[in-house]
Structure formats: structure tokens, C-alpha cells
Design a protein around this ligand. Structure first.
Ligand code: AP5
Length: 221
């Protein structure tokens, strides 16, 4: 199955992606993670992307689209993938359809994870990420049992550069103005499932599980 996770910053895309990997073994393709890896490796693309990320703006389409097209041409995604953070505007959605079509593939399901903006600000400013394994915590909602270290690997937990309140609010504006239209792009195609992301992570995943089951049933009918 080829899935897309759409939702505002902090909606829980990364959190649900971890559950989808465990349950369905889908390969996770997260553009934000790809950019952060490029930043920490100090590549020219990473240095360029960091300017946009720190301001809460979208990295230009010509950079993102080429990067995702290259990633989705690799062998490990032939049998399915889960896109997280892409497409983020309708131009990216059109480009995605066009390059998947070239290899006889298409998107099966788009999960639209919705959460109230004020809750998103709390989630993001309280998020802590492990520098070693990428483990995801929240100082109030899901603290690490190992304090300021990762409970999984003991790595250092840090606050992402773009998770300060000012940048978070810019990211939410960018989402409203540029990414929400992506929902309108997919809805008429009958590929969209609306997910209430304000519930507990397991309850959010239950809705996702049902939406995937319904899509599999309709595709096999
Ligand atoms: P990216 O890394 O994609 O960030 P984002 O979309 O802003 O999403 P986040 O990773 O912040 O949130 P999430 O939805 O994964 O939430 P999480 O599960 O961590 O992008 C970063 C930047 O890269 C962009 O701003 C842009 O500059 C650039 N970029 C990336 N893709 C691009 C593209 N296609 N085009 C152009 N530029 C691009 O959860 C958040 C917190 O809440 C965690 O602490 C978690 O523990 C907690 N939490 C999660 N779910 C729940 C729940 N149900 N209940 C309680 N707490 C919860």
C-alpha cells in the first residue's frame, strides 16, 4: 500500500508512522527527517534547507520534489511506502502523481490527521527527540522514563530548532495557507480518510487501522 500522512506540524504523523512501521512494515519516507539528516551531515542541500526550516517556511519545491522522486525510485519502496511531510502543497501533489504514474504506481490512501492549533503549540514546544535513535517524547504527555535521556537507547534528548513557539506559529500559518489545499486535492479522488488526531496515540492509530482495512477491502473487491 502507498500511503500519505497529511496533518499540521505536531499532528502526530511521526508518532503514527512508528506504529505503522511496527504493524504493517511500511517503509517510512519523511522529508523533514531527510532534511535534518542533510543538515547534520553539513551537505550543501542541508545548509540551504536549514534556512527555510528555521524560519518555519517550506523548502523550495525544486529541491523537495527531486529528493522524493529519487527516494521513491529505490528498491525498498517498490512494495509500498508511507510518505510523511510530502506533499505539502498542490504542486508537490501533482508532481508526486506524475512521477508515480511513470512507474505504474499511485497513492492508495491519504490520512488527514486533524488537531486544534493551540494543542499543536503545546505538543511541539514540549516535544523532545533522541539525537541517537530519533525516539520521540513529550515532557508532559509521554516523558522518557530515563529523564533527559532516551528510554530506548540512552541518547541525549533535544528540542528541535524549529520547535520554539515563534517558529511553530509560522509553521502553522504555512500549513493553513499552503498545505491545507492538498486535502482538497485528494478528497474528490475518494482517497482521503479524516482522522481525529486529538485523541490518545493508540486511539488515533485505531482509526488509521480501520481506514487502511476499508481501503484494502475496497481495492480487493
Ligand atoms: P517536518 O519534520 O515534516 O515537520 P512537521 O510537518 O512540522 O511535523 P512534525 O515532525 O513537527 O510533527 P508530527 O506531525 O510528526 O508530530 P509528532 O508525531 O512528532 O518538517 C520540518 C520542516 O522541513 C518544515 O517546516 C519545512 O521547512 C521542511 N520540509 C519538510 N517537508 C517538506 C516539503 N514536503 N516541502 C517543503 N519543505 C519541507 O508529535 C509531536 C509531539 O506530540 C511529540 O512530542 C509527540 O510525542 C506528541 N504526540 C503525538 N501524538 C500525540 C497524541 N495523540 N496525544 C498526545 N501527544 C501526542
Amino acid at each position: 500500500m502507498n500511503l500519505v500522512l497529511v496533518g499540521p506540524p505536531g499532528a502526530g504523523k511521526g508518532t503514527q508512522a512508528e506504529k505503522l512501521i511496527t504493524e504493517f512494515g511500511l517503509t517510512h519516507v519523511a522529508t523533514g527527517d531527510m532534511f535534518r539528516a542533510a543538515v547534520s551531515n553539513g551537505t550543501p542541500m542541508g545548509l540551504e534547507a536549514k534556512k527555510y526550516m528555521d524560519a518555519g517556511k517550506l523548502v523550495p519545491d525544486d529541491v523537495v520534489v527531486g529528493m522524493v522522486e529519487e527516494r521513491l525510485a529505490q528498491d525498498d519502496v517498490r512494495d509500498g511506502f508511507m510518505l510523511d511531510g510530502f506533499p505539502r502543497n498542490t504542486h508537490q501533489a501533482e508532481a508526486l502523481d506524475a512521477f508515480l504514474e511513470k512507474s505504474g504506481r499511485s497513492i492508495d490512501l491519504v490520512l488527514n490527521i486533524a488537531v486544534d492549533p493551540e494543542l499543536l503549540v503545546k505538543r511541539l514546544t514540549g516535544r523532545r527527540v533522541c539525537r541517537e535513535c530519533g525516539g520521540n517524547y513529550h515532557v508532559l504527555f509521554s516523558p522518557s522514563e530515563a529523564g533527559d535521556k532516551c528510554a530506548g537507547c540512552g541518547g541525549e534528548l533535544y528540542l528541535r530548532d524549529d520547535d520554539n513557539e515563534h517558529t511553530v506559529r509560522n509553521r502553522l500559518d504555512v500549513y493553513r495557507n499552503q498545505t491545507e489545499p492538498v486535502i482538497g486535492y485528494y478528497r474528490p479522488l475518494g482517497k482521503l480518510a479524516d482522522i481525529n488526531g486529538a485523541l490518545k496515540p493508540d486511539e488515533v492509530f485505531e482509526q488509521i487501522f480501520k481506514a487502511i482495512g476499508a481501503t484494502e477491502e475496497s481495492e480487493s473487491a
